[in-house]
Design a protein around this ligand. Sequence first.
Ligand SMILES: C[S@@+](CC[C@H](N)C(=O)[O-])C[C@H]1O[C@@H](n2cnc3c(N)ncnc32)[C@H](O)[C@@H]1O
Length: 346
Amino acid sequence: MRSSNTFETRLVDAIQPLRMFVTAAALTHLFDSGLYDELAEPKGISSLVAAGRDETRVITLLRFLVNEGYVREGRATFCLTDKGKSLSEFRGWYTMLVGGYGTTFLQLGDALRAGSPPATRNAQLVGIGSCAISHYDAIPLTRRLMARTPVPCRRLLDLGCGNALYLVEFCRECPEIVEAWGVEPDERGYNAAVEHVRISGLEHRIKLHCAGALEFLDSSFDGTPDLTVLGFVLHEILGQAGEEAVVSFLNRLITRFPELHIIVIEVDDQLTNPRVMAGGLGLAYYNAYYLFHPFTSQRLASPAFWEGVFARAGLEIVAQDTTTPDIDSTGLEVGYLLRRRAPTSR
Ligand SMILES: C[S@@+](CC[C@H](N)C(=O)[O-])C[C@H]1O[C@@H](n2cnc3c(N)ncnc32)[C@H](O)[C@@H]1O
């Protein structure tokens, strides 16, 4: 009998992470190149290369994915398999983790050195990927928190809006939103937001600004939002400018707009909690999610930390919620509805 513990069997086991690494990269490019959408129906190679693609490289990429079970090759045609089609809801995770942070993961080694600069990331794809993920988790969570405000939102401000997906979805759903503003500091992310709003035909209701949240607050913006969303943005500001800057930013926000409600979405830092990290989504997503933060000047924190920040900024918690268990049962995503704390009466 042949031993199952040969060098080759051990090699195959040992390099499975490499196979997953390359497959994740190949799938991300399948999505981003547009090939994924084109392959919903069988396509001949001449049609796939008509848009100026290199024939040999396209065929090789597709045959790699044939071997991984995502693509089927027929008589001179290619199309997605059922396994390939089943990825369509999940492309945002690829856009964020490979498109946005792929470059970061390749720089981990250099960035380990004390005093080294942060690793780079593709902030445009971070924003686009994050919004695509939020469509399933944070946008429904925001919607539930929005429903807890005393009157429906009419003027919505999204700080760190990525490609403006929240604004587009909420403006479509809520005709009572008469004006909305999106603020995004990354220039390419801002351009993606401009394009998304244009394609959605909502330019008359959504105005976009290319700025960081702190600079935006100091600008001559003359709108009066009644609701502001900060979806996964406070931990960016915390990493960039520190705790006092976050407290002062939130305080200035409600000083400038005293009637404002604020929705904050953050992720609880539970990297060392074995109960969470051993679970399906813990290992499939959050383990990598936690990894890139300290390498890119972002600082995650616990709910207790954020609640202390809110209290110091003069805010009170109106409602608190997390994702529904069918979407994400870890409970790691925390959403707060906040408003200015009423002065205590004597
Ligand atoms: C993780 S993404 C979140 C995108 C979207 N808000 C969501 O909930 O999916 C973080 C976004 O914050 C933006 N950002 C980073 N620093 C910021 C700052 N100082 N002010 C405002 N936005 C910032 C990034 O460019 C990126 O689009």
